[in-house]
Design a binder for this molecule. Structure first.
Ligand code: NDP
Length: 328
């Protein structure tokens, strides 16, 4: 059983020196557990955030198998309700095999390609769906701005906002990603935050102001959006990737709480797990949009468990387009 261990929690930027490969025997599932053979491991910005300390989950610790979500096949089961051959999703860690309590796994439908269970029908798609529709509450004709727009969550947020009749502006790093958003995904405009002042470019891209901002990044980009929010606008706080890797900036965005008061803004954080009771309804919408071609699924699959650390480091640096995962 090959495993990727986190050998040390990074004080600054995450690097390959923080991980090492190890070998262990394939575990025997205990009562209530199943043995899962991993097929795909999900790479998430949050993997890095978990290294800072406990959040909505326990912190990841040094000298343990690196935590992370994965899709796999049940090999043997000591739990009712799961049988060999079933496809499951859960926090399996970065390894070939994991023995996991059945109550921590979600049985997944058999979908082709299986990778869609980690992208559009997985955490990324559901986060985009609930964060935009339940927290952002966009109305047709409104302007929606999304950051990390070419990433897994952001690329789906923008497309759902288009489906709902909104004007959509994406913020992403680099010309290529911006062109992809407007030419392939149907965004109305895109702002390259690596090319000069975001505030000015955003003003040109969203001349009528912003009604909904879906925030994946926090920091300076949140500050630039805050000042251009329309009265009674909504900010869906999904994540803060600009703060994850390295030492977070000393101060938060200016404009909080002043702009929230005068513009009567609603700024609300959310965790996708809170919406799982509505998952079937979301999946049925997502499936019909994918089937009709209204929602394009972009995946970035990297081969080999040994490449998982490099894949996460690259995701934090903006290498990925769409949902990044590793084929084990
Ligand atoms: P993505 O696929 O979106 O990849 C992350 C992207 O973030 C990179 O490709 C990069 O693109 C961009 N990025 C990196 N650093 C910065 C920076 N300093 N400023 C602006 N953009 C940056 O990753 P995920 O889908 O895993 O995560 C997206 C967000 O969603 C994260 O904030 C994550 O924490 C959040 N999330 C929240 C959930 C919830 O329940 N609330 C659930 C799942 C995810 P670029 O080239 O554009 O810089």
């Amino acid at each position: 059983n090959r495993q990727v261990l986190l050998v040390e929690k990074p004080a600054g930027k995450l690097g390959p020196e923080h991980f090492k490969m190890a070998k262990a025997t394939i575990p025997e599932p205990k009562d209530g557990e199943v043995l899962v053979r991993l097929r795909y491991i999900s790479l998430d910005a949050a993997n890095r955030a978990w290294m800072h300390g406990a959040t909505y989950r326990a912190a990841v610790e040094a000298n343990t198998v690196m935590a992370g979500g994965g899709i796999g096949e049940v090999v043997s089961s000591k739990a009712p309700g799961l049988a060999p051959g079933d496809i499951v999703f859960g926090d399996t860690g970065w390894q070939d095999y994991a023995a996991v309590p059945a109550k921590h796994l979600t049985k997944m439908p058999k979908v082709e390609p299986m990778t869609h269970l980690l992208s559009v029908y997985g955490i990324a798609g559901l986060t985009a769906y609930f964060g935009l529709l339940d927290i952002g509450k966009p109305k047709a004709g409104e302007t929606v701005v999304v950051s990390a727009a070419a990433g897994s969550v952001g690329s789906i947020v923008g497309q759902i906002a288009k489906i709902k009749g909104c004007k959509v502006v994406g913020i992403a790093g680099g010309k290529d990603k911006c062109n992809w958003l407007t030419r392939e995904l149907g965004f109305d405009a895109a702002v390259d935050y690596k090319d000069g002042a975001v505030f000015k470019a955003l003003k040109a891209a969203a001349p009528n102001g912003i009604d909904v901002y879906f925030d994946n990044v926090g920091g300076d980009i949140l500050e630039a959006c805050l000042s251009q929010m329309n009265n009674r606008g909504r900010i869906a706080c999904c994540g803060a990737i600009s703060q994850y890797d390295g030492v977070p900036s000393a101060h938060g965005p200016r404009g909080v709480p002043g702009l929230i008061v005068v513009k009567r803004l609603i700024m609300q954080g959310f965790i996708v797990m809170d919406f799982m009771d509505q998952r079937d309804e979301a999946l049925s919408d997502l499936q019909s949009w994918v089937a009709s071609g209204k929602l394009k699924v972009q995946e970035d699959v990297i081969n080999g468990l040994e490449n998982t650390p490099k894949a996460l480091i690259g995701l934090l640096a903006g290498e990925n387009r769409g949902k990044r995962m590793v084929k084990v």
